[in-house]
Design a protein around this ligand. Structure first.
Ligand SMILES: Cc1ncc(COP(=O)(O)O)c(C=O)c1O
Length: 347
């Protein structure tokens, strides 16, 4: 019997190989990601370990320990959540809020609005204390809002608002949150590692950040710290958070609890990168690092002003690691116009 050989039409084989990856070297002057130290890049090339390997668990412990120092925390729970800064934001909100809870957000920029949007998606009732972009929010305005509601579960604020370059003072806001028995949640994505955050001294209950800005690692992890108050709010939940991936109770069992139970496969190479970035930070010294950012920031402000450019935020309320410039419009013949801004950062 004749055998019929069907000639399967082979998928067209790509004959030309994709060329080697060769991204151009750039000086990254935007508000993150920042250029990273060669030691951080090298750390990412180290051999992979299994995510439950005792040697990897040891690395996790060291990373958590160094992160605690950078947050200025002595207790509580600190971990790098897998995901970018927004994952840290969502983890904080999803774990502190139960549908129906009230959140008050200090909102004077793009990321304040993101806090509000995420909290709404987790079923919270949200009030925004709004102020002009480029200004700080006065504590009196926040207190007025806190007074109006029977129970506010969380007061949230952005420390360094990337969209404007404003550094919101936190001390008064912490006092207000605690006076009204609310938890204080802070976005330190653009400040941690570049300006003092000091969660213990400030009294912040839950703080989150991101690796790609002042920490000097690639994007991909969101350091999060919860103090005992925030932890007991998480432990006291009657229902699990709506996000399984960002459930800090489950993540605690992997990162700290006795069981070190598998939750998800940790991004091993990113943890290596963060470990090296944290080592570099602590080698430099946190105070020296903040002073360097301040020096560079002030020099940048002076240089921009010497060029005749106007800055959006007065020095008193400006972050030093991120400076916003009013872009002159041609029609204004050298005059600057508020509204459009460009920013710069230093690692
Ligand atoms: C202040 C602030 N919060 C949150 C985020 C979100 O972080 P990511 O883009 O890493 O998700 C950013 C990002 O630029 C930010 O600047």
């Amino acid at each position: 019997m004749a055998t019929m050989v069907a000639r399967a039409s082979k998928p067209a084989i790509a004959r030309r190989m994709i060329e080697d990856l060769n991204p151009p070297e750039r000086i990254l002057m935007g508000p993150g990601p920042s250029n990273i130290h060669p030691r951080v890049l090298q750390a990412m090339t180290k051999p992979l370990l299994h995510h439950l390997d005792p040697d990897f668990i040891h690395i996790m412990d060291k990373v958590a320990e160094m992160l605690q120092q950078v947050f200025g925390a002595s207790g509580g729970f600190t971990l790098p959540v897998s995901g970018t800064g927004s994952a840290g934001m969502e983890a904080g909100l999803a774990n502190l809020l139960v549908p129906g809870d009230h959140l008050v957000v200090v909102s004077h920029g793009f990321f304040g609005e993101r806090l509000a949007e995420i909290a709404l998606r987790h079923g919270a009732t949200v009030t925004q204390v709004q102020g002009p972009w480029g200004g700080v929010i006065a504590p009196e305005d926040v207190e007025r809002e806190l007074k109006r509601h029977r129970k506010v579960k969380v007061l949230a604020a952005v420390h360094a608002e990337t969209s404007t370059g404003v550094l919101q003072p936190l001390e008064e806001l912490t006092k207000l949150a605690h006076k009204y028995d609310a938890l204080f949640l802070v976005d330190a994505v653009a400040s941690l590692g570049g300006a003092p955050v000091d969660v213990d001294a400030t009294g912040i209950d839950l703080c989150f950040s991101a690796t790609q800005k002042c920490i000097g690692a690639p994007p991909g992890l969101a350091p999060v710290h919860l103090n005992e108050r925030a932890l007991s709010a998480v432990r006291g939940r009657k229902e699990p958070p709506r996000s399984w991936y960002l459930d800090l109770g489950l993540l605690h069992k992997y990162w700290e609890g006795g069981t070190r139970a598998y939750h998800h496969t940790a991004p091993i190479s990113m943890i290596y990168a963060l470990r090296e970035a944290l080592r570099l930070m602590l080698e430099e010294g946190l105070e020296q690092r903040y002073a360097r950012h301040r020096r560079n920031g002030l020099a940048m402000r002076a240089g921009l002003e010497a060029l005749g450019l106007k800055l959006l935020v007065p020095e008193e309320f400006s972050t030093c690691q991120l400076i916003t410039v009013l872009v002159p419009t041609a029609s204004m013949k050298g005059e600057s116009e508020p509204g459009s801004s460009a920013s710069t950062t230093s690692r």
